[in-house]
Ligand binder design. Structure first.
Ligand SMILES: Nc1ncnc2c1ncn2[C@@H]1O[C@H](COP(=O)(O)OP(=O)(O)OP(=O)(O)O)[C@@H](O)[C@H]1O
Ligand SMILES: [Mg+2]
Length: 266
């Protein structure tokens, strides 16, 4: 199983919406971790503030800094998006900007912990919403540890040109930190240029092009019933195939063991 990190350049191309669409349509056990240092939005948005009490990354960070007990407290901080199955879990992001200060020093600790979740029994994929790259507190250790890093970008020109700088910044950082090559891909959202045009212009392969689907995006952003037959949900579920293929190719090239397979499939 794997860490799949989603990040954007600027604007709001749909990182959170895409991460949630994937989580709700993924075929393996999955945890969605909202590690956007600017704050999480799923509790207040998709879950419409329905759950009482603070929980999530901020609480986890405070507990970890105080008692170093991440392993014990992690599961109690999750929201079951598909209750009671515990197959699609959400780790909500920080809501209070003051909490971001406790979270940022722990990115490496979380990265190591997420990697361990991928090897656990049962194993989980971890989809991480890393937010915008250039804000203070970017979770670089998670991006470096990720098996797949998807730069989410709208398929139109302004978004594409800012993504170019982001790609080069990530490539530079990965080279400096000796991150094995091959984890980085573009994920296009909405109408605009084609996959071929974009990968040529930005010199990075496009893993998938998700459709413009405002009805589904509205439900994922503000709550309601998600319909699995909707274009965005189908495309998000189908994204797992090229992600898994990329992962397997990269692991084979690096001589790493293949991802644990089917027994844990949802
Ligand atoms: N595939 C899509 N089709 C139509 N609208 C979309 C799609 N994906 C996202 N949106 C809409 O775009 C807006 C921004 O989405 P979202 O909050 O997911 O972006 P983001 O990249 O996480 O932004 P931020 O960096 O501010 O956190 C929302 O109104 C959302 O409903
Ligand atoms: Mg977001």
């Amino acid at each position: 199983m794997a860490i799949i990190a989603l990040v954007s350049a600027k604007g709001s191309p749909g990182v959170t919406t895409t991460a949630l669409a994937c989580t709700l349509s993924w075929h393996h056990r999955v945890v969605l971790a909202e590690c956007d240092p600017a704050g999480g939005s799923i509790m207040a948005g998709y879950l419409a503030g329905a759950l009482p009490g603070p929980r999530g990354l901020g609480e986890l960070a405070v507990g970890e800094l105080r008692d170093g007990n991440l392993e014990e407290t992690f599961w109690s901080q999750l929201v079951d998006l598909d209750a009671p199955k515990r197959e699609r879990l959400l780790l909500p992001g920080v809501v209070d900007p003051a909490q971001a200060g406790s979270v940022i020093p722990l990115w490496q600790r979380f990265a190591d912990f997420f990697a361990a979740l991928g090897r656990g029994r049962p194993a989980y994929d971890v989809i991480v919403d890393c937010g915008r790259l250039h804000v203070v507190g970017t979770p670089w250790p998670i991006l470096r540890a990720a098996d797949v890093v998807l730069i989410v970008t709208a398929a139109r020109l302004p978004s594409l040109s800012s993504s170019q700088a982001t790609i080069r910044a990530i490539e530079r950082d990965f080279a400096e930190h000796r991150v094995p090559a091959g984890s980085l891909r573009l994920l296009l959202v909405g109408d605009g240029h084609s996959r071929g045009e974009v990968s040529k212009a930005l010199r990075l392969p496009v893993i998938e092009h998700l459709p413009h689907d405002p009805r589904t995006a509205e439900v994922l952003s503000h709550g309601g019933t998600v319909r699995s037959g909707r274009p965005l949900m189908r495309a998000a579920g189908a994204l797992e195939v090229p992600v898994r293929a990329l992962l397997d190719r990269r692991r084979a090239r690096l001589g790493w063991p293949a991802a644990q397979e089917v027994p844990d499939a949802v």
